[in-house]
Design a binder for this molecule. Structure first.
Ligand code: ADP
Ligand code: MG
Length: 571
């Protein structure tokens, strides 16, 4: 640990020198009295990935009340709050661009509408550690030492002072943030007591501002959610008291209604309910069991030895569907594989939207059954397997259908969206099903018995390009993994580029630590990985110093990435 004056002097000395002289700062810690500033990594030039800066503040100095440390949910919520606070104070106190490339920039990985465990800030009973990125300033490639002094001795201390000291934070605001997150966690745990898979509180704002903004729609335009009384449930929460809304029970639930009446918006909100949301999001009391998986068709994806035989059999060309592989799956086979893989990774709720499904996997109506006999049709549609999924495996389904009324026969409940207002249509749908039989034959499909046991071959993973490990995110939807790209664009519950980055490094970590060992099955691999992340913290996956850019992905998405690796071989 050096005194901060040393940093000041070094910056004096290297002013006007070549950019490489900034490397003198690398791996040093400086004592700023109130906090400590570490520089684990210095960028090679002003255009490269910015330098990493860590700020450490002792818990004594930060002065947070004990209440905030009481459980992991509160800690996660405080970390999220403080990351956001730093982000907004950067905008407030940063002079900004100074010099070439990224000179003068300060950033912290910034959260969206969800509150997910991340590594940008660590809040422990001993200290707060914030991990930010700084573009060390230069003109061309010439060090601007005095500008850097400004950043280190004016701007950063101001940002720290206004973001991380309890006394400078509006407590009511922080408290509300933490309580809201904690209540979502509590609600999610309580779902099971009432036999629910999801809950949508009355008054929630589900629609978003636009197709490219995840912020809530303006309250003047949005119709707030209100549950049909038949399906209304009530919970008691520690801070907000009584809360009521729509309880989606276990079993098979349909969401029906005309086009543009809000069906997909509701399903989307349920899919996002596996995560907690910030106050003001509109979905902060929309919670779903955390293993729910949104399923869709994904033609073109690769499939490696998945047992899709409950849905597909006797393909032309005699491909075995108990161990089905494809370099270029069709709509129906990709969706079948997505369902089976979700079951393999562990899920209790499938979320399916007709909009993004393969019709021939979902339904075969009476007329089609007459024309194309069962022995000529490889597909057993989902409608004939959905009850089995629930009865034998306790896997519920929430399904948006606008077109296929045959599903009335298998639904436990029907919710109709009518101009964004849900109402119960269960009795009506059942009556229609009685008066107007679909006349289709129930098709007997294979059992969902042998789902487990796909063992990935570690030799089929190659994170290297040439000699070096090259694994990194390319936006939210793609991971560069050695020589190949893993396409995650159809994983609708993967929300943050930080999750994409984490998945890539989790895979490398799992290979290095022999977790993918050629003996463990995919689900055993994920269990082991997530146990370790729980014990060691998410930052453990970082190949170098802890990195502030990671956001925790769910095991469901990490497993889905492995399943989408084009080189994957199953033993
Ligand atoms: P569907 O799936 O039934 O065709 P969508 O869910 O796609 O309908 O919604 C259609 C449009 O209505 C979208 O632009 C959406 O943002 C908007 N919308 C959805 N729910 C509401 C609501 N509660 N209030 C206002 N607008 C809404
Ligand atoms: Mg829709």
């Amino acid at each position: 640990m050096q005194q901060k004056d040393r940093l000041y002097q070094t910056l004096d000395q290297i002013d006007s020198q070549g950019y490489k002289s900034y490397k003198k700062l690398q791996k040093n810690w400086y004592d700023f009295k109130d906090f400590k500033l570490g520089i684990p990594y210095v960028q090679g030039d002003p255009y490269a990935r910015p330098s990493s800066i860590f700020i450490r503040l002792s818990a004594d100095k930060a002065g947070f009340k004990n209440w905030y440390y009481k459980n992991n949910t509160r800690i996660k919520a405080v970390e999220d709050y403080l990351s956001r606070k730093i982000s907004s104070n950067i905008s407030k106190f940063l002079e900004g661009h100074r010099g070439s490339g990224k000179s003068g920039l300060i950033t912290i990985a910034s959260p969206g509408q969800e509150v997910i465990k991340r590594t940008s800030l660590e809040f422990t009973p001993h200290q707060i550690e914030a991990r930010i990125k700084v573009g060390l300033p230069a003109r061309g490639r010439t060090v601007m030492g005095y500008q850097a002094q400004d950043m280190f001795f004016q701007e950063i201390p101001k940002i720290v002072k206004n973001s991380l000291y309890f006394k400078n934070i509006e407590e009511e605001h922080l408290r509300n943030h933490v309580e809201t997150v904690e209540e979502q966690t509590i609600l999610r745990k309580k779902l099971r007591d009432k036999n629910l898979v999801s809950f949508i509180a009355n008054g929630s704002i589900l629609p978003r501002k636009s197709g490219i903004s995840d912020r809530p729609m303006n309250t003047r335009e949005a119709v707030p959610f209100s549950s049909p009384c038949e399906e209304e449930v009530e919970f008691e929460l520690p801070y907000s008291g009584k809360i009521s809304g729509l309880g989606i029970r276990k079993g098979i639930t349909l969401i029906v209604g005309g086009g543009y009446h809000g069906k997909s918006t509701l399903l989307e909100a349920v899919a996002r309910g596996v995560y907690d949301h910030i106050p003001g999001d509109g979905r902060e009391y929309v919670v779903t069991r955390k293993d729910a998986v949104k399923i869709r068709a994904e033609d073109g994806r690769r499939i490696e030895k998945v047992n899709i035989s409950p849905f597909i059999n006797n393909l032309p060309g005699a491909e075995k569907t108990r161990e089905f592989s494809s370099e270029n799956a069709s709509g129906s086979t990709s969706q079948a594989a997505n369902i089976i893989e979700a079951l393999e990774l562990g899920t209790g709720l499938l979320l399916i939207d007709e909009d993004t499904s393969a019709t021939n996997l979902m339904i075969r109506d009476a007329r089609m059954q007459q024309l194309v006999s069962k022995d000529k049709e490889p597909i057993t549609p989902f409608i004939d397997q959905v009850e089995k999924l629930y009865k034998n495996k306790e896997i519920s389904t929430l399904l948006v259908v606008g077109g296929a009324g045959d599903y009335f026969d298998v639904a436990d409940r029907v919710i109709m969206m009518d101009e964004y207002r849900p109402r119960s249509a269960t009795n009506q749908a059942q009556e229609i099903a009685r008066n107007l039989p679909s006349q289709r034959q129930q098709e007997e499909g294979r059992q969902f018995s042998s789902l487990s046991g796909r063992i990935p071959d570690p030799d089929s993973f190659n994170p290297r390009k040439g000699r070096k490990i090259k694994v990194r995110p390319r936006g939210r939807e793609t991971i560069q993994f050695g020589r190949e790209n893993i396409d995650l664009s159809s994983l609708e519950q993967l929300l943050d580029q930080g999750q994409t980055k984490a998945i890539g490094d989790i895979l490398v970590y799992a290979l290095k630590n022999d977790i993918i060992d050629g003996k463990r099955s995919l689900s055993e691999i994920l269990t082991e990985i997530y146990n370790r992340l729980e014990n060691e913290g998410l930052k453990t996956i970082s190949p170098f110093q802890p990195d502030g850019d990671y956001v925790l992905p769910r095991p469901q998405e990490t497993g889905a990435a492995i399943n989408r690796l084009r080189s994957l071989k199953i033993k």
